[in-house]
Design a binder for this molecule. Sequence first.
Ligand code: JNB
Length: 862
Amino acid sequence: MFLNSFEHGNSLVFFKTTSSWLAMEKIKKTILWDTKLKQSNPVSTLTELPPLGMNANNIKEDYRRYFSYTLGRDKYCRSLHYSYSALVLTLRDRLLERSKKTRYAYHESKCKRTYYLSLEFLMGRMLSNAIFNLGITDEVFKGMQELGLILEEVSEAEHDAGLGNGGLGRLAACFLDSCATLQLPVMGYGIRYEYGMFRQYIENGEQVEEPDHWLRDGNPWELERPEYTCRVHFGGRTEFYRSDDGRMLARWVDTHDVLAVPYDIAIPGYGNGTVNTLRLWSSAATDEFDLGEFHAGSYPESIASKNAAECITMVLYPNDASENGKVLRLKQQYFLASASLQDVICHWVQIHGNDFSKFAEKNCFQMNDTHPTIATAELMRLLMDEYRLEWDAAWNITRHVMSYTNHTLLPEALEKWPVRMFQELLPRLLEIIYEINAHFVSEVARRWPGDIERQRRMSIIEDGHDSYVRMAHLAIVCSFSVNGVAALHTRLLTEGLFRDFYEMWPEKFNNKTNGVTPRRWLASANPGLGRLITEKIGNGWITDLSQLHLLKEFADDKEFCLRWREIKQQNKKRLAAFVKADCDIDIDSSVMFDVQVKRIHEYKRQLLNILHVIHLYDRVKRGDVANWTPRFVLFGGKAAPGYAMAKTIIKLINNVADVINDDPKINEFLKVVFLPNYRVTAMEIIASGTDLSEQISTAGKEASGTGNMKFMMNGALTIGTLDGANIEIREAVGDENFFLFGMTAEEVAELRKNYDPNAIIRADEDLLHVMQLLTSGHFNQFEYKIFDAIIRSLTSPGDPWMTIADFRSYVNAQKRVAEAYHDQEKWTKMSILNTASSGKFSTDRTISEYNNDIWKMSPVPV
Ligand code: JNB
C-alpha cells in the first residue's frame, strides 16, 4: 500500500492515501511553512522607521556596512562582485521601504488589481534602472566616487536576468516599468529559472550554447518569501464525494505535490515613490518521502525523488516561436498558474473570507500569450473544489477576470497539448476543460445550428487519433478580452486565425500596439541624447513621450543638428569599442552602421540581409563602387538550439563575414560582424549607435516587433516591410523618413499561389550573381555542401518566407538608403524626426490603453 507521510515536529505522521485524505489535507495546509503564528504584534514592528537617507553620504554609509559586515569583505577584496552586492543591498532597502508604503496604499484604497502572468520576464540588468527611477543617479555616483569606485564599473558586475527569449519576455519587463510609473496596482507573476537564456559563443562560425547559471553567485535583488509558499498538485486521479451539506464535489487525490516558494523583486516607478512587485516562483520538494521505497531500504532513491520536484523551475525553454509538447514545459505552465492563483486567492480570503461576490470586480489576470492559459481552468478548480462555489458562479468569475494577449501569427507557435499528457499530469484540469468545452460547443450550436464543421473548427479539443487541447481556444473562450500587439496583427488575427471567434464575439477583440519603456531605452541607454533633449524641451518626455514631437522645430536648427550628429558619433564609437572587445574587429565609426539584431528565424529574414551583403561584395569585386557609401553591417541573435536552419543561417553570416573582413580590398567599402550573445545589455549599447535599423520580415509574420521602436527612439532610420508595428512607425514618421520595400501581407498571400523563385533569379542579373556565389561554394570552400539547405529553401516554390520575391525591392531601398546617407545634413534631420515621432511607442501609452480598455483600474498615489 502506498503511503504518504510528512514530518511534523519530531514525529513522522503516516496516512493511508485516500481514507485519511481530508484530515491530511487540513494538516498539510497548516504546516506548509511555520505553524508558530505570532501571538501578539510587538509594537516595534508596527511603528514607522525613520526614512532612509538618499544622499551620497547615506548611500556610502550603508554601502560600507553591507560590504564589511553583511558580506564580510575588507580592503583586500579585489572582486567587484561584492561592491556590486553591497550597493544593491543598500538600494534594496530603499526599494523595500517604498514597496511597503505602496502595499499599504493599495490595501487601504481597496483598489482593483491586475496580475500579469508570464512565463518570461526578460529584465536584463537592474542596477542603473533602479538608481535612475529612484532619481539618485548623481548621489550614488558621488558616493561611489568618494569610495574610489566608478559606478559604471560596478554596474558591469551584474549578470543579465535573462529569464526570457526575446520580444514577449522583454515586453513584460517594459510593462512592469510603465505600470509602476503610472502608479497602477499591477503585480507580475513568473518563474525563477535557475538557468536563464543560454549564453551564445561562436566557434568556427557556429553557435555554441552554454548554460547560464545566473543565480550561482546569489541574487541580491530578490527577497525570499517562504511564508507564502504554496503547494501545487500533479498526477493522481479525481474522485467524487458527498459534502456535509449533501452536494457532490470533486477532489483530486493521490497527487504528487511540489512546493512553490516565492521570491520578490522590487519594481520602482520613475520618480513617484511607487514600488510594485514581481513575484517569481521556485519549485522545491515537499518533505514527504515515497515510503514504499523508504521501507524497502531504498533510502537514497526516495530522497532522490526530490529532484523531480526541484527540476520544474530549473531552466527556461529557449524556443521563441515553437514548442514540441514537452511534459516539463506543461509542468512549468501549470506550476506558475496554480501558485499565482493560490497566492491571489489566499490574499483575497484573508480579507473577504469565502465571499467571492466582488472578486471579479477587484481582480484581473492578463495572460502573456497562451503559456499561462491553464490558469483559466485552474481558477475554476480552486473556486469549485477548494472554495465550493457552484459551476455557474465560478464560471461567471473566470470569464470576467481573464484576458489574453496573442503574440504570434505563426501557426506552428500555437500551443496544443496531447490530451493523454493532460490526463496523466492534470486529470482534474482536463475534466474541467472538457466541461467548459461542452458548454462552449453547445453555445456554438445554438448560434449556428447544424454547422458541425464550425463546431469542429472552434472546439477547444482537437479530435483525432491523437487528441489535443488547443490552448488559444481555451484562452479565447475563457477571456473577456483578446488582443493583438499591433494594428495589422490584430486585423490578421480577426480575419484569419481567430476569425470564427471574432464572428461569435467581436466585442472581445481589441488591439494594443506594443511599446518600450523610454526610461531604459532612451534616458539610460542614451544619456547623451537624453540630456540634449531635456535641454531643449525640458524633462517632461521621460513620463510623457509624446512631448518628443517638440523636437521637430529644431530639425532645421544647424547647431542642434551638429550636436545631434556628435552624440550619434560618440554612441557609434561606444558600439565600435563593444564590437572590438567581443570580436576583435576594428570599425571606423564614420561609416554607416546597418544593424539587424533579434532572434534568428526564417520569417525575420536575416537571409535577405545577407543576400544584400553578398550583392554589395559582388559589386565591389566588379569595381562598381562609384559614389559608394561604406557600411558596417552588424548581425546578432540566438537560434533555438533545435532549429537547424536558424543555426545554418548563423554559420552563413559568419562565413560571409570572414571572406569580406579578410579581404583588405573590400574593407574600405564593407565590413560584416556577427556579434555573439546578443542580449538586453548588448541592445543598450547597440540601439543608440545604429544608423539603419533592419525590420525586414515577410509581411504578415512579425506580430509587432519592439526592437524597431528602440532603434527609432534613438534616432535610427528604418528599412522595413509593411509588417507588424513597422506600419505604425511609418505612419508616425512619414513615408519620406522611412525606407519602405517589399510585398504587402495581401500580396504575399496572392503570390503564394504561383511563386517561382527560379524565374525571378533568372530575370535579375544581380541576384543571379549572388546565387552563383552561393552555389559555387565561394563562402564554404572547404565545407562541402553545408549551405545546400539554405539554397534549397530560397529556391523552393514552397518557401513560406518568399525571400527571393523581395530581393529586388530590398536592394533598391538599400540604394536609396546609401544615397540618403551621403547627405549627412539630410540624414541627421531624418534621424531627429524619427526620434521626435517615436512618442507613440512608449509602453506608458500601451499600458494606459490596457488600463482604459481592459483592466479599468484607477492609479493609486503613494
Ligand atoms: C515572442 C514569442 C512568441 C511565441 C513564443 C515565444 N513573440 C515568444 C514576439 C513577436 C514580436 C512581438 C513580441 C512582443 O509582443 O517573443 O512578441 O513584438 O513580433 O514575435 C512561444 C514559445 C513557446 C511555444 C510557443 C510560442
